[in-house]
Design a protein around this ligand. Structure first.
Ligand code: HXC
Length: 519
């Protein structure tokens, strides 16, 4: 007599046991090791990111099909990556979290396929995609299948680019070609427990003889301040998750939606202290973040790449509850000059805002592009062009506020009217000119100054004459390059009003396959 089919209750029991087995990942010992290193497990990270009880796992029972190198005998729950969907602050997202306790989070064929499927699901549903990277890289036993899987991940990153926000939290090792998925995403948040590099210290020593620790080479601080690879640094997984949540709060779900409007701070009263921040007479430096904080809601500014190319400040905030991206020259670092790194940082930020319907507010106080052989030979021409390209291409509202100096090519590069700014405001202290009055007088009036009885007095006179004529916002306003010269105290009110007026901005780019932006 044939066995009776198993009852539903015994099948459910088996299911729950199988679930529990898979959810335990690489087991107690490896989880303890993870915790001992101050790291959360893959599932704890997801739980901490998502709203409580909102996670729906997809692919818990996926397995690799490899038989080489004893893989047929290996138990790799969920193939080392936890994937699924849930909500963050009430909004749907798709997630993947590499499980270091399962074969070191190494990425084989099934593992990579799960990640790709989650990215594609995010694109289809129009939700952000967030991934936690914590992996030994390509699963060595799976050889070319693993490599091919990485190729598919990169391809999916690129297809999703500009469609949905993509955030990578680097929470453990991320080495070799694996670093290119984060590099293709929109934002990289790296914890101080994680390292990223193409080739580690050992290989570098063999090839070039250089000696360096893993942390100095690819730790969070190195990539924050030297390479510019990450955008945010966190001490812990929990802190990284908070940053990701806050970052996403400024973004729409996808490129076809507008960012959420938060009912926040309608106060647009006159700010009598704003003007005091900018020293006018002596051209000293000041921290432009003081201005930004006074202009945005609740002084709440999420700075991006805070330690990289400090001469330009970029980040997200809200004004009257509307998400804005802010770009500002930073006079306290290299006098706020534009150089190669600042151009890269600023242009990428503008591109990201533009992709996701986030208006860009630009605060200008810029002496020019940085002179020097290293800059010229490093390609300041093509790097500097990125800012021109990014602003000129942008179709989101562009609002520019000239605080103090704005000279030459850098005047144009900082979202000038000619590059498509919708509103250009200038403080009365703005100096918009081809170059500074001192330099201009020295060139234009050189002969007169040399021939004068008192050359120094003549020089000062010519400087004053040039400044009075050109180094004011009035000439630019007369030409329509500045819309309004405003009292600094009105800055927040003026921007808030402009944002409302421009909320329905419609600007279509000309038909083309795609532009060829400078790189
Ligand atoms: C298979 C791997 C693995 C990998 C780690 N493991 N990396 N299994 N493929 N790539 C396994 C280990 O065998 C071990 O298994 C478990 O994961 C934990 O690893 P440990 O070495 O014990 O951990 P730890 O001491 O913390 O060191 C972490 C590590 C190290 C630094 C990441 O594991 C390591 O160097 N791994 C290899 C890195 C690597 O060379 N990857 C290939 C890079 S090439 P058990 O069973 O003992 O727990 C690459 C190309 C991508 O990624 C190309 C894309 C284009």
């Amino acid at each position: 007599m044939a066995d009776k089919p198993k009852s539903m209750s015994s099948r459910v029991k088996e299911l729950n046991e199988a679930r529990a087995h898979n959810e335990a990942g690489g087991g107690k010992k490896r989880i303890e090791k993870q915790h001992a290193q101050g790291k959360l497990t893959a599932r704890e990270r997801i739980d901490s990111l998502l709203d409580e009880g909102s996670f729906n796992e997809i692919g818990l029972f996926r397995r690799n099909r490899t038989t080489t190198f004893g893989m047929d005998a290996v138990d790799a729950p969920a193939d080392g990556v936890v994937t699924g969907s849930g909500t963050v602050l009430g909004r749907p997202v798709h997630v993947a979290s590499q499980d270091f306790t399962v074969m070191g989070g190494s990425a084989g064929e099934a593992h990579n396929k799960k990640v790709v499927e989650m990215m594609n699901a995010a694109v289809t549903a129009g939700t952000p995609f967030i991934i936690f990277n914590d992996s030994g890289g390509a699963r060595i036993q799976e050889g070319i299948d693993s490599l091919s899987g990485y190729g598919q991940v990169f391809y999916a990153n690129v297809q999703a680019s500009g469609v949905i926000p993509q955030v990578c939290i680097i929470a453990g090792p991320c080495a070799g070609g694996a670093v290119y998925s984060p590099a293709l995403a929109d934002y990289v948040i790296q914890t101080r427990k994680a390292q990223m590099f193409i080739t580690g210290p050992g290989v570098i020593k063999q090839v070039t003889g250089e000696e360096i620790s893993a942390d100095a080479l690819g730790g969070a601080d190195a990539h924050q301040s030297v390479s510019g690879v990450n955008h945010f640094v966190a001490d812990t997984d929990e802190q990284a998750i908070l940053i990701a949540k806050k970052l996403l709060s400024f973004f729409p779900q996808n490129c076809q939606e507008q960012p959420p409007i938060v009912d926040m701070d309608p106060d647009v009263s006159y700010d009598k202290d704003l003007a005091k921040i900018v020293p006018v007479e002596d051209k000293q430096g000041y921290d432009v973040r003081e201005i930004i904080k006074r202009v945005v809601d609740l002084e709440d500014f999420l700075e991006v790449q805070a330690e990289y190319a400090k001469n330009i400040v970029v980040g997200y905030a809200r004004i009257n509850g509307r998400s804005v991206g802010i770009v500002a020259n930073q006079p306290s670092a290299l006098a706020g000059v534009l150089d190669i790194n600042a151009s890269d940082k600023g242009s990428r930020f503008v591109n990201t805002c533009d992709a996701f319907n986030i208006p860009v507010i630009t605060f200008v106080d810029v002496p020019g592009y940085l002179p020097g052989v290293a800059q010229e030979h490093g390609g300041i021409i093509r790097h500097g062009a990125k800012l021109l390209y990014a602003y000129s291409r942008a179709t989101v509202p562009l609002i520019t506020v000239v605080l103090r100096k704005s000279y030459g090519g850098s005047y144009l590069a900082m979202a000038a009217r000619d590059l498509g700014a919708d509103r250009v405001f200038a403080w009365p202290t703005a100096e918009i000119a081809v170059m500074g009055a001192e330099g201009a007088a020295a060139v234009v009036f050189r002969k007169e100054i040399e021939a004068a009885d008192d050359p120094e007095a003549a020089r000062q006179e010519k400087i004053a004459e040039y400044r009075d004529t050109f180094s004011t916002p009035f000439m630019a306003a007369a030409r329509g390059l500045v819309d309004e010269i405003i009292d600094p105290g009105e800055t927040r009110a003026k921007i808030a009003n402009a944002l409302e007026m421009l909320a329905s901005k419609r600007k279509k780019a000309p038909r083309k396959r795609h532009g060829i932006e400078p790189v």
